[in-house]
Design a protein around this ligand. Structure first.
Ligand SMILES: [Zn+2]
Length: 472
């Protein structure tokens, strides 16, 4: 009987082809038995195609930070090759990419006169053990990463591995939230990528029916991902602590027959509070009480960035002051104008009003709970709008302020209980009616307001505007 082994060892050379990396793997016979050693060397080359990118459907791109996800092979990526030989049984090896070439420390053996059964995967939730078997990585579940089956061709000792979009038999769900947060995601009728794969695997297989819970951490762009198939009527509940950030159903109307293979879906799971109260013109006392409780629940569950979308805030009149609902709720959370250094909500909230164009008079008066305020579209602010934001460390305007109504108290009496407040202004403010003094970090409207720092942020198209040049 003629026993000829082909053995794949770590690469010693590689060639770069026009479209891919080509690796020459030479054999090494020192792990073989006597009978096999006499046969001599075999060689194998790997050709790996480009990484197949996900397209993201247009209707979901506006949510959070756009993210096409992984677009190319990266340092440390692994492709797992499994091989079943009649003589040597099941074996697995991981090819690792170092940024320019693929290599492996493992060896795979088969007889030259047999046609081994080979599968190739990109499945980062798996690793290959020293014994040459596949297992789920610690803390990983199927569905947390891609499980991409590759095609391969073997010809004259060259294995060509290709990954094409069409062979992705699952979709991607991008959960868009805040950066670096831990989310609990519970799914029903979700089949994680890899469950239906027929290739050898030793890890446990989650139930396609019933509920599966994942603990996911969002990346620096605020995104976390699930890979798999959501059937029609599948549900996704995204929570941070006990707060439900999103409860979504893939209904027949929105997603007939569930998710489509090889498509990316986006779910907005940012911590949002509806300051419009569902489009109400006027808020009731009960509405304000509920808003205060919602703020407490968010902060209590570690959600400190709170986004309040919408430009038409519900309003409430208390005494002779007319206020937005969110402004009134923060005022009450802060102690109704009475400063208490032991209030657990002091300086806890980073408030973002992405759509609002006007801050009304006293809107954030005595808002001790605020650590920062971000106002990308505000152009008009009323008297004493920020007076008494004693814990405010950062105030950001994205647009040029064209109307500042300071006629009674100080507009920006802020940061008294902390080490002052940093002010960020659109550089176009330097050409406006209201120009701050960058040398002294003061801004005189009627009175002189002091800041810890004043920084101009350039938001126009010309990256070298005169205002920014002056600072260089
Ligand atoms: Zn500029």
């Amino acid at each position: 009987m003629k026993n000829i082994a082909k053995v794949w060892r770590s690469s010693t050379a590689f060639l770069l082809s026009a479209f891919s990396f080509l690796i020459l793997i030479t054999s090494c016979s020192n792990e073989l038995d006597e009978a096999l050693q006499s046969v001599g060397n075999g060689t194998l080359q790997f050709v790996v195609s480009d990484f197949p990118t996900f397209g993201e459907s247009t209707q979901t791109r506006a949510i959070g930070t756009q993210d096409e996800g992984k677009t190319a092979w990266e340092n440390g990526d692994q492709i797992i090759v499994t091989l079943i030989s009649q003589k040597y049984g099941e074996q697995a090896a991981a090819l690792t990419y170092n940024g320019s070439s693929w290599s492996t420390e493992a060896s795979l053996s088969y007889l030259e006169n047999e046609t081994p059964s080979v599968s190739v995967f990109y499945a980062p939730c798996y690793e290959v053990t020293e014994e040459g078997t596949m297992q789920l990585r610690s803390g990983m579940q199927l569905g947390m990463t891609e499980y991409l089956s590759g095609n391969y061709e073997m010809d004259n000792g060259i294995m060509t591995i290709t990954f094409e979009g069409a062979i992705r038999t699952y979709s991607r769900l991008r959960i868009a939230g805040l950066a670096n947060q831990t989310l609990t995601v519970t799914t029903t009728n979700f089949t994680p990528a890899g469950v239906n794969n027929s290739s050898p695997e030793s890890g446990e297989v989650p139930q396609a029916e019933g509920s599966v819970t994942y603990t996911l951490t969002t990346d620096n762009n605020g995104n976390a991902f699930l890979y798999g198939v959501f059937a029609e009527d599948a549900t996704v509940i995204v929570k941070q602590g006990n707060v439900v950030l999103k409860d979504y159903t893939f209904t027949a109307e929105k997603n007939p027959n569930g998710t489509e293979h090889n498509k990316s879906y986006a779910l907005d799971a940012r911590p949002v509070i509806d300051g419009t109260l569902g489009g109400k013109a006027e808020a009731t006392e009960d509405d304000i009480t509920a808003l205060v409780e919602q703020l407490k629940e968010y902060v209590g569950n570690g959600i400190t960035t709170i986004i309040v979308p919408g430009n038409k805030s519900a309003i409430i009149t208390v005494g002779n002051i007319t206020e937005t609902a969110i402004g009134e709720a923060i005022y009450r959370l802060s102690g109704n104008g009475n400063y208490d250094e032991n209030n657990p909500y002091n300086g806890k909230i980073d408030l973002v009003l992405p759509d609002v164009t006007e801050i009304v008079a006293m809107e954030f008066y005595a808002a001790f709970a605020l650590n920062s305020i971000t106002l990308p579209k505000v152009t008009t602010i009323g008297d004493m709008a920020f007076q008494g934001c004693d814990h405010l460390t950062k105030l950001t305007f994205g647009s040029v302020l064209t109307t500042i109504d300071e006629h009674d108290g100080l507009m920006f009496w802020v940061g008294e209980k902390v080490d002052g407040c940093d002010l960020f202004l659109n550089c176009g403010q330097m050409n406006s009616q209201y120009v701050p003094d960058l040398a002294t970090n003061t801004w005189t409207i009627l009175h002189t307001n002091e800041f810890k720092s004043i920084t101009l942020t350039h938001t126009g198209e010309n990256s070298e505007c005169d205002e920014c040049k002056k600072l260089q």
